[in-house]
Design a protein around this ligand. Structure first.
Ligand code: NAD
Length: 299
């Protein structure tokens, strides 16, 4: 049955995710600090409101899709925040990718305030958000997971219960460690193939049916004219910013430190994303790393 859904954070991911909820027949009351981001989602059917508190009015469930742990903590714990304004019984779902410590704090504070809360980060990128084929990794109580399923379905290809509180974030952090290592490995191989005289499309068509295949290969092949979805076709306009990729790798490195796990490749990849950020290019797509490899990076 149709529900009223509060949605906080209508950026690159939140906007297309809400479009799928609207198309499924739900009423989505959306709020973003950026007027531009909010207006874009409103054009696709979201009811725009002026605050998180307003978004929560009459909501059965609230989703947050924010950049980092600090933003999620502010959205839930602040004076104008979700815990202060959600009606009792509102199911709360954070789909942002955030650090495990922040996720644990939100689970604890939600429990203290009497709310059901899930950490439910997603994988699949902008295309997955647009097509409604995201993978949701959902940590928290089984009963809350069962309630959340029908709200998540219009946005998802896979909905996976990962275990107790924070295990969704743990799964996401480990997945993205592989994602960004694979993004850099694809960039290095693409540049080397180019310099060895291989045609970009020929090498791509081989790698995607060979053992070098990966999601970044097929989605972000870092030279123009090979893969439609590649940011290289659009001067690295972002689908996944270098800044957010750097954040995710840092989450993995922090978890590696906490658990005594050596992440040598992760450290190298973080260094490259840091170089992009230090050059003031962190708002570009993370696949701009190819330009660090072939030394065409804007300086
Ligand atoms: P984004 O920066 O495009 O969107 C985040 C939005 O949150 C912005 O529009 C910002 O204005 C808004 N915001 C921040 N604080 C707010 C607050 N307190 N109240 C209301 N709005 C607020 O980021 P994105 O690419 O949509 O990513 C969101 C999350 O999803 C991140 O954690 C990211 O790591 C994760 N993610 C991104 C992708 C991707 O491909 N872009 C894929 C999977 C997961």
């Amino acid at each position: 049955s149709m529900a009223t859904i509060a949605w906080i954070g209508l950026g690159l991911m939140g906007h297309p995710m809400t479009t799928n909820l609207v198309e499924a027949g739900h009423t989505v009351r959306g709020f973003d600090l950026s007027e531009r981001a909010q207006a874009a989602a409103v054009a696709d059917g979201v009811v725009g409101v002026g605050s998180a508190a307003e978004a929560l009015a009459g909501a059965d469930v609230a989703f947050t899709m924010l950049p980092k742990g600090e933003h999620s903590r502010a959205a839930y714990l602040g004076e104008d925040g979700i815990f202060a304004h959600a009606a009792p019984g509102t199911l709360l779902i954070d789909s942002s990718t955030i650090d495990v410590a922040s996720a644990r704090l939100l689970h604890d504070e939600a429990a203290a305030a009497g709310f059901e809360f899930l950490d439910a980060p997603v994988s699949g990128g902008i295309a997955g958000a647009e097509k409604g084929t995201l993978t949701f990794m959902v940590g928290g109580a089984v009963e809350a997971f069962e309630k959340a399923r029908s709200f998540i379905e219009p946005m998802a290809g896979n909905i996976i219960a990962t275990g107790g509180p924070t295990t969704g974030q743990a799964a996401k952090i480990c997945n993205n460690l592989m994602l960004f290592i694979n993004m850099v490995s694809t960039s290095e191989a693409a540049v080397l193939a180019d310099r060895l005289g291989l045609d970009h499309e020929v090498f791509y068509s081989i790698a995607k049916v060979s053992s070098g295949d990966s999601w970044p290969l097929r989605t972000w092949y870092p030279y123009p004219g090979v893969v439609d979805s590649s940011p290289a076709n659009r001067d690295f306009a972002p689908t996944f910013t270098a800044d957010l990729a750097n954040k995710d790798i840092q989450l993995a490195l922090a978890a590696g430190e906490e658990t005594g796990t050596p992440l040598r490749l992760g450290e190298m990849v973080q260094g490259m994303l840091q170089q992009v950020a230090d050059a003031g290019q962190g708002g570009r797509d993370c696949s701009i790393v190819r330009q660090l490899v072939d030394e065409s990076f804007p300086s």
